[in-house]
Ligand binder design. Structure first.
Ligand code: FES
Length: 284
């Protein structure tokens, strides 16, 4: 039985299942004057998401612009925000991959080499899309809440069609994760020999979580096991696909955890590099 106007919930001025087009009254959506009839705090989650994303972006941009306190020469700690440092302008010892770029232009952050790709990797991530479509784009802000946009074209036109480039940023993020892994390993070898401290633990945890996040990516799952017609003929890929699928179920969690570990790693290295605190050393 189709729903009739007589069954309209309290607060609704008119309810109908008659399709009509245009604006927020998309086909199948009830014609309701109020933006929503929800009475719970539906705005809280998108609001918290917006605040957290903004805070992280602000922190990252400020740190990338500072151009200092990114390397602890005594222990070989290099923050992931400045890796790889490929210029003669970098602090001595921080150029793990040489200096192919010579002098670095004064006003351009070292992070300009990698940070844009990492940001685009996250910006086009399937989870983050869902999160900022709600909290920033408001398309829609929450279930059963009318969106402010007059039309909905999904990801079929510019600019959102660019989201389809995610797999390419996945490849670049994989390369950057290899670089971060190398940074974490060489940090066990300081100028005075082998040693490790709290900074090493933080660097290793960060790099492990970066790998977990990167490998749990939907594009990674597709690259490994997608388009296979017969899993039985590709047992190794099938096994890898199964493992990545398990990680993939927690992709959202890893997306948030890695924002935290990245910020914490950079913050700790900044404090030690600036002399604000001493690294807690366990050996060496
Ligand atoms: S889907 Fe999130 S990183 Fe690829």
């Amino acid at each position: 039985m189709p729903r009739t106007r007589a069954s309209a919930p309290p607060g609704a001025t008119e309810v109908s299942n008659v399709p009509f087009s245009g604006g927020v009254h998309a086909p199948g959506r009830a014609r309701i004057a109020a933006r929503t009839l929800r009475e719970d705090r539906w705005w809280l989650q998108p609001f918290v998401t917006f605040v957290c994303f903004s805070a992280w972006l602000l922190y990252g941009l400020v740190r990338a612009s500072l151009q200092r306190d990114y390397f602890v020469a005594d222990y070989g700690y290099l923050t992931p925000f400045y890796s790889p440092c490929l210029s003669t302008s970098c602090v001595p010892g921080s150029t793990h991959f040489g200096t192919p770029f010579g002098e670095w232009p004064a006003l351009i952050p070292f992070a300009a080499l990698t940070l844009p790709f990492l940001l685009l990797f996250r910006l086009t991530c399937y989870y983050y899309r869902g999160a900022y479509y709600r909290s920033v784009w408001q398309a829609p802000t929450a279930c059963a809440v009318a969106e402010p946009h007059a039309t909905y074209t999904g990801e079929t036109r510019l600019p959102l069609i660019i989201q389809n480039t995610h797999r390419y940023f996945f490849y670049i993020a994989g390369i950057i994760s290899v670089i971060n892994t190398y940074d974490a390993i060489v940090a066990f070898q300081s100028p005075s020999g082998f040693g490790f401290g709290l900074g090493n633990v933080i660097l290793v945890v960060n790099v492990v979580m970066l790998w977990v996040y990167t490998l749990s990516c939907h594009s990674c799952r597709h690259v490994v096991g997608g388009r296979l017609k017969h899993f039985s003929k590709h047992p190794i890929r099938y096994w890898m696909w199964g493992q990545i699928s398990k990680l993939n179920t927690r992709h959202k969690l890893y997306a948030w955890v890695t924002l935290g570990t990245l910020m914490l790693t950079d913050f700790y290295i900044m404090l030690v590099a600036s002399g604000t605190i001493n690294d807690l050393r366990f050996i060496g």
